[in-house]
Ligand binder design. Sequence first.
Ligand SMILES: Nc1nc2c(ncn2[C@@H]2O[C@H](COP(=O)(O)OP(=O)(O)OP(=O)(O)O)[C@@H](O)[C@H]2O)c(=O)[nH]1
Length: 509
Amino acid sequence: MLETKSPPPRAQPSLKRPHRLALATLAPRTFAFCHTFGLTVWIALAEGSGWSLMLPGLLLLLWPAVAYGHASLAQDSKRAEFRNLYFDSLLFGIWCGVLDYYLWATLFIALACFMNNMVVGGPRRMAISAALFTVGALGWGALTGFHFRPYVSIGLDIYQVAGAVVYFLAIAHVMYGQNRKIGRSIIEIKYKNRVFHALLDLGVVANRASDINTLLDDSLKHLHADFPEYGFAVFLQERQRPEVTRYAAVAGLRLGPEDERRLGSLLGAVHEHHEGAIRLSETSDVEQLYATAMAGRLSLYDGWLVVRAPKLDGALERMLTLFVDQLAAATENKLLHLALQKTAERDGLTGLYNRGFFESALQQSIRGKARPPGLDFAVLMMDVDGLKEVNDRHGHVVGDQLIFTIAERLMMQCREDDILARYGGDEFVILFPSADLSAPARMADLIRTHLEGQRCALTSAHGERVEVTLRLSLGYASSSETPAQEVLTLADNRMYDDKTQRRKNRVPG
Ligand SMILES: Nc1nc2c(ncn2[C@@H]2O[C@H](COP(=O)(O)OP(=O)(O)OP(=O)(O)O)[C@@H](O)[C@H]2O)c(=O)[nH]1
């Protein structure tokens, strides 16, 4: 079956605000046609031709209104106005013919037509306008016979020259207005561009930052680089304890730690749900500090963006709102991301890296060993001795505390690059990237010296104090002594050997 398509509904003409060009030309056009009508009346009276010239001249008075209506009703108002300008040329050309080519009128009117078209459309439009004017002027002559009357009277010359001066000045005024508008628009566009760039920068910075401090510091540095005329600061305060500033960053503000603290507590006293920017009354400089609240956009903190500026206007306030939105969204996302990352990478009981994270770090080291320069790595495995006994005798709560205590003490011995993880129930492991056997050997020594045999006081589920001795079996290996894939297994085997040996050496009871 054929589908019949109904024709698209025709747009109904409706009177709307026409293009700014039509608005700008309304007054000069009205003046020009009224003035030309005056000229016609003058000539009719001087020549005694009476109503036979004046009646058609009345039509001139109608044209500005018709042109305006045309531009208002047209779908494409600008195009319609361009056509109106062409029609001006044709109409005026004819009228110069009607007025027997009175010299000043023909000259000034032609000039005005050419100039208008030149201004809006360049030489091509001006050439078309000149052609239309000539066609109108000569066409009328060809139809009715050429009559030349270049001069009428000195009075009419003065009238015509004065009219031309007024007209050209009016056009110059219109152009000045348009230029000012364009100038203002350019400034506005440049400002919006800067805001847009700053927002983009904030997005990029937020993606790159690894933690909240870096995110806030880098965001403010970028904001200050994009808007060097302002200084910025950001404060995130704990929601439950607003007097505590959890994160703060400053760029372009000369604030000492004491000023920062003071500002933090000042903001802590202001309600965060305050709409818009507020002036911080404490400052008495020529430049003022204004604070915009993140207004509940952060789940854990109350946030403020502070700006130093000479005055707060609408544009700055709108800009601050955008920055605050962007900063709050980036901070909240980063906080969620970090929390998620922590859950995925960390062990819940000890806060150490979990087995999954350790294994991917180990794989990275194995790949690193395979690639030039073939960096070595080492692994130290540890197993808590007698955890089962501790659990059985004192309960799991004490067992948990023992694991946590060992994790804490191991952490204290580790360097920044060491990757300490809880590998299993009572097993810990340390990966030493870029290390040979000396690193785990040093660590094993430290553990034997500082942890082994230490008594630690724990509390049972019933509140009893329990003393437990720390004991760990250790085994380590490095890729400098065995293929990279086998390092972990070798360390594990050595740890079990150590455990067996320690069991044998233990004094029974
Ligand atoms: N409290 C507590 N116990 C755990 C946890 N994870 C594993 N365990 C216990 O740790 C013990 C590990 O078993 P084993 O390795 O045989 O225990 P062990 O007593 O340390 O024995 P050796 O390692 O041979 O000295 C088991 O009893 C587990 O129930 C934990 O998160 N908390």
